[in-house]
Each structure stands twice: as structure tokens, then as C-alpha cells.
Design a protein around this ligand. Structure first.
Ligand code: NAD
Length: 458
């Protein structure tokens, strides 16, 4: 039984039976059987159902946001923001999927001495979509919408920390007209995720931590199936001396603390040019101290509780080590008293890359800052990590930003912005941040396999 607690109060809000191994086997069989029919369903019919799903998201946004806040503690305004922004991603997929699936004439027979060459695109088959809790609408839709539009059937496992939102997604899918066996939800945690992968699925699309991603990659190794992993990050930003300090501080504080820092692309490390270090620290800390922490359901709350209780211990350990090794705590620095899994928004100055807070994903409202003497030092420190999801530079000079960013080994780079995802751009990590891309046309093709036709008339 999955016991679902509200992280703001500790109260049990629901209990859901998890799927047994035999139920998962049955779900797999149904998804496999339904796949050819779903793939042969005309694209317009598949797209019309996805459009109705999109409209249901908009219609139900307020209720869905309440559920999301209650089960994972995201402030209501941020939950609404996530759900209301999801249709923009669906619109991108609706606009571009048909084109991405189109048959392509690679060469007329006249060009090749008699053989016409054609490329067609086909769905992978049955895909497993194992999802995270921090943005269940964003990360779920990035996978299951293009998967379904391209004719795959989907075994969707929402995170155990976003199960109620997953169940709501499931019922809207079917209300919208997606067949019961084309989109099937599996309820449970890690064991149930692993159980899905015992079946011969044709692709695994995973969003979650590096540790779990590694286990998944190992569990399917040798099966030659499509595998896509969107994992964590330790995203650095460098602030140059030529910025508008107030503006940069406001933007970066929001990038570090939005969703209580529980974003894969949250700003996790900040390097500041020595010429503005002290002034920047003051401006940054002022912003952080202004954030309202508390009940996620209350208007104006910017920082809610942490979704997973064990993360509080990780943050305590990171902060304690930083303190012990001479870093300065300019704000916060401990968990908050009372019910609920709250951690004070914490600013650690004079950090360095030997500290866990600058190396391990904090995934909470804690940030380390370090003074650097120039661009070269900043670049070296930014690249001193196992992760490669996003990186940013704040400067008045675009050429300077591009020069630095082109040498940082990460999937997304930002000039004067951060914590930003676009449906038009591939979302992709390097090294321990993962492999493959969602979003953009590349993230549609991820659900397709090409067939090469060599056609010679007799
Ligand atoms: P997690 O790795 O704990 O769990 C993710 C999912 O995997 C859950 O559904 C879980 O039940 C399942 N799972 C756990 N063990 C499994 C196993 N052995 N086999 C199969 N499935 C298993 O991650 P989380 O706590 O849900 O998410 C937080 C992490 O996700 C952070 O590291 C964050 O950076 C990352 N994330 C990355 C992106 C991105 O786009 N790169 C987006 C969101 C979150």
C-alpha cells in the first residue's frame, strides 16, 4: 500500500494499492496487444484525443494544482503555473509531430541508377515512462504526449510522491479518448518501476536521479532498446563584474529557490567575480530573506516544504560541512521547527568546490557561492563536476558569455537567464545528467525509428 502524506503537515491524505507483479505483467500484455491498432489509428484521431487532453488540463487546472500542492508541497501558485504552462508544450508537439513522421524521398531512381530511396518513420512499440515528482506535468507530458502521437503505447509510472497527480493524468487521458490500453498507469515506487522493465518494452524514458538512472541503464543493458535518461544536475552560474547587480541577484535567487530548489535545472552553484562579490552577496541574500516560507496553499508563499523527508538530512550534512570548513552562512542554515518538512532558505558564502554543497545535487533551498578572480577561474570551476545539465553566465557582453559557455560541457546554456526550459529547444543532459533529448523536434524523433527503403522497379 502506498501511503501518501502531505509534506507540509505530515497528515496522511490517501492510500493507494500498488500494482503486483502479475498486474504489471497484465498491463504490459495489454499495452503490447493494443500497440499495432493504436499505430494504425489515423494521426488526426490520435491528435484530436491529445487536444482534448490539453483542454481538460486547462479546465481542471485549479483542482489539479490543489492535488499537486497537497501531495508534494509545491506552492499553489507554482503548481498552477506548471499546469497552465503544460499546454504550450502539447501545442508544440501537435504542431510538429505529423511533419516529423512524414515519409521522405531521399533520392529519385534517376539519381541512383534505378533505385528509389525512401525513409519512413515508425513508432518504437511499447514504451516505459518512469517519471519524477518535482514537475510531474512537465516531465510526464514531455514523454507521453510525443510517444502517443507517434503511435507508441505507454506504460506510465508516476513517482510515488506524485501518484495522485498521475492518477488524475490517467483519468483525463481516457476521458479525452486515448484508448484504455494505449496509456496504462502503473502505481508504485522503485520496485514497481523495476518490475515494468522486466518486460520486453521497446524503450525506457526515465526522469529522475543519477543513481536510479544508472540502475535502470544497467538493468536494460544488452537489450538494445531505446533508452533516454533525464537526470540531475549541479548547475553553475558565473556572475561577471559588468552586470546590473540587483537584477542578476533577483533572477538568480529565484532560479535557485523556485520550487524550494527542487528543480533539475535549479541554480546550484554561483561563482561571482571578486570585483562585485560582496555587493552581490548582499543583494542576493536580501532577496532570499524576503521569500515567504510556509503553507504552500497560502497566497504569497514562495517556498514550501521539501517533498522527501530524507533530503532534510542531506541538506543538514551539506550545511554542517560547509560551516565546519569555514564557509559563512548568510541566511538560514537549519530545518524549521514544527510539523512539515521545511528547511530554511540557506545562503552559504565563501564555499569552494571541495564541499559537498558545491559537488552533490542539493535539490533543496540551499545554495553555495564562491568568489573568483576572472573568467578562466570561473570556467574551470564550472566544469569541475560530474554533471552537465545547464550552465549560465550573467554579463553585459554577449561575446564574453558565448566564449565561456561554449567551453562548458552542458546540454543547455543561458546568457542572463536561468532555470528555463523551452518546448522548441532540446532538453538534454551530458555525463551524469543523462542521455538523449526530450522536447523540440529531436524529442519527437526520440519515439520513432527510421526504416530505409531501397526500391527498384522490375
Ligand atoms: P528517483 O530517481 O528517486 O525516482 C524517479 C522514478 O524512478 C520514480 O518514479 C521512482 O519510483 C522510479 N524508480 C526508483 N527506483 C527504480 C528502479 N530501480 N527501477 C525503475 N524505476 C525506479 O528521482 P526523483 O526523486 O523522483 O526525482 C528527483 C531527481 O530527478 C533529481 O535528481 C532531479 O534532478 C531529477 N530530474 C531531472 C530532470 C531532467 O529533466 N533532467 C527533471 C526532473 C527531475
Amino acid at each position: 500500500m502506498l501511503i501518501i502524506r502531505n509534506p507540509a503537515t505530515g497528515a496522511v491524505i490517501a492510500q493507494k494499492p500498488v500494482d503486483t507483479a502479475s498486474q504489471i505483467a497484465d498491463k504490459y500484455r495489454r499495452a503490447r496487444k493494443a500497440q499495432p491498432t493504436w499505430a494504425q489509428t489515423p494521426y488526426q484521431i490520435r491528435a484530436a484525443a491529445i487536444l482534448r487532453f490539453r483542454d481538460l488540463l486547462i479546465k481542471n487546472a485549479d483542482d489539479l494544482a490543489q492535488t499537486l500542492s497537497a501531495e508534494m508541497g509545491k506552492p499553489l501558485s507554482q503548481a498552477k503555473g506548471e499546469i497552465r504552462a503544460t499546454p504550450q508544450r502539447i501545442d508544440f508537439f501537435l504542431k510538429h509531430t505529423e511533419e516529423a513522421m512524414k515519409e521522405e524521398l531521399a533520392a529519385e531512381s534517376g539519381l541512383t541508377g534505378g533505385t528509389r530511396e525512401v525513409i519512413t518513420q515508425e513508432p518504437l512499440g511499447v514504451i516505459a515512462n518512469i517519471s519524477a515528482w518535482n514537475y510531474p506535468y512537465f516531465v510526464g507530458n514531455n514523454v507521453f504526449i510525443p510517444a502517443l502521437l507517434t503511435g507508441n503505447t505507454v506504460l506510465y509510472k508516476p513517482s510515488e510522491f506524485a501518484t495522485l497527480s498521475g492518477i488524475a493524468i490517467d483519468s483525463m487521458m481516457h476521458e479525452a479518448g486515448i484508448p484504455a490500453d494505449a496509456f496504462i498507469t502503473v502505481i508504485g515506487g522503485g520496485a514497481e518501476g523495476a518490475e515494468i522493465l522486466k518486460h520486453p518494452v521497446n524503450g525506457v524514458f526515465f526522469t529522475g536521479s543519477y543513481g536510479t538512472g544508472k540502475k535502470i541503464a544497467e538493468s536494460v543493458a544488452g537489450r538494445m532498446i531505446r533508452i533516454q535518461l533525464e537526470l540531475g544536475g549541479k548547475d553553475p552560474v558565473y556572475v561577471c563584474e559588468d552586470v546590473d547587480i540587483e537584477k542578476a541577484a533577483e533572477s538568480l535567487a529565484e532560479g535557485a529557490f523556485y520550487n524550494a530548489g527542487q528543480s533539475c535545472c535549479a541554480v546550484e552553484r554561483i561563482y561571482v567575480n571578486e570585483k562585485i562579490y560582496d555587493t552581490f552577496l548582499d543583494a542576493f541574500t536580501k532577496n532570499v530573506k524576503s521569500y515567504k516560507c510556509g503553507d504552500p496553499m497560502q497566497d504569497g508563499t514562495f517556498i514550501g516544504p521539501l517533498t522527501r523527508a530524507p533530503q532534510l538530512d542531506i541538506l543538514d550534512r551539506q550545511v554542517q560541512e560547509a560551516r565546519d570548513k569555514g564557509a559563512r552562512i548568510l541566511a538560514g542554515g537549519k530545518r524549521m521547527l514544527g510539523p512539515g518538512q521545511y528547511y530554511e532558505p540557506t545562503v552559504i558564502a565563501d564555499a569552494n568546490n571541495s564541499l559537498a554543497v558545491m559537488r552533490e545535487e542539493s535539490f533543496g533551498p540551499v545554495i553555495g557561492l564562491q568568489k573568483v578572480k576572472d573568467d578562466e577561474e570561473a570556467l574551470r570551476l564550472m566544469n569541475d563536476t560530474d554533471y552537465g545539465l545547464t550552465a549560465g553566465v550573467y554579463t553585459a557582453n554577449e561575446d564574453r558569455a558565448k566564449r565561456i559557455l561554449s567551453q562548458v560541457d552542458s546540454g543547455s546554456v543561458y546568457w542572463n537567464c536561468c532555470d528555463r526550459v523551452s518546448p522548441r529547444l532540446p532538453w538534454t543532459g551530458r555525463r551524469n545528467s543523462g542521455m538523449g533529448s526530450t522536447l523540440s523536434v529531436i524529442g519527437i524523433r526520440a519515439f520513432l525509428q527510421p526504416r530505409a527503403w531501397h526500391l527498384r522497379a522490375p
